[in-house]
Design a binder for this molecule. Structure first.
Ligand SMILES: [Fe+2]
Ligand SMILES: [Fe+2]
Length: 221
């Protein structure tokens, strides 16, 4: 976790090559559905999307772990980073569940989305880990935009700036006076960090370092 700030951390990275364009296309496709379904219900959007966002880190961590066992190689810290990302995303979910309770329809959507997304991402990571990390990085770019819009809605008074849930104050070590706005700033900072980490992982898989590339996690099939 990194301390969040009011400064907008929105960045867009231009795709390079066919695989990056495919990854970006998948994210834009998913964003269309999210926009249509949730519109400006940001807290409900956060609950459902965090159930999806918590999947890639666990899948990537598992597959990197298995790869290291197969190739008897160092993981270069990738596994811990990916599992931390999954836990961090789960804490986002546990926080927003205190702000917005999902409806029956949203719970059904969560189950369907997990069944499809887990399997699709597993095979994407298995056969194309670079594209998988780039896909997550672009997904996180969108998450930063969504949480920035969430903040704008709070500032405009369209969403009540309620007291921060206790679980969030504890996790981000926020003061007792913390509000929802403070929590969203922290979550957005987490998403920006996931974005940068996953772009860096994809870059490493694109340009493995020649000196240790043979023993590096993620660089061997
Ligand atoms: Fe998240
Ligand atoms: Fe994230």
């Amino acid at each position: 976790m990194s301390a969040g700030s009011d400064a907008s951390p929105i960045t867009r990275r231009a795709p390079e090559g066919v695989r990056d364009h495919i990854a970006l296309g998948m994210v834009r496709f998913m964003r269309v559905f999210a926009d249509l379904f949730f519109r400006k219900r940001y807290s409900h959007r956060a609950v459902v999307l965090e159930t999806v966002a918590a999947v890639p880190g666990m899948v990537g961590g598992l597959l990197q772990h298995l790869k290291c066992l197969r190739h008897i190689c160092e993981d270069q810290g990738w596994i811990r980073e990916l599992l931390d990302e999954a836990e961090n995303e789960r804490m986002h979910l546990m926080t927003f569940i205190h702000i917005a309770k999902p409806s029956g329809l949203e719970r059904a959507l969560i189950m369907i989305a997990q069944a499809i997304f887990y399997n699709a991402y597993f095979f994407l990571y298995l056969f194309a880990p670079r594209t998988a990390h780039r896909f997550v990085a672009y997904l996180e770019e969108e998450a930063v935009v969504s949480y920035t819009q969430f903040l704008e809605a709070i500032d405009a008074g369209r969403i009540e700036n309620v007291a921060a849930p206790g679980i969030a104050r504890e996790y981000w070590t926020l003061p007792a006076s913390a509000r929802l706005r403070d929590v969203v700033i922290e979550v957005r900072a987490d998403e920006a960090r996931h974005r940068d980490t996953n772009h860096a992982f994809a870059d490493t898989l694109t340009r493995p370092r020649p000196a240790d590339g043979a023993a590096q996690a993620g660089t061997r099939a």
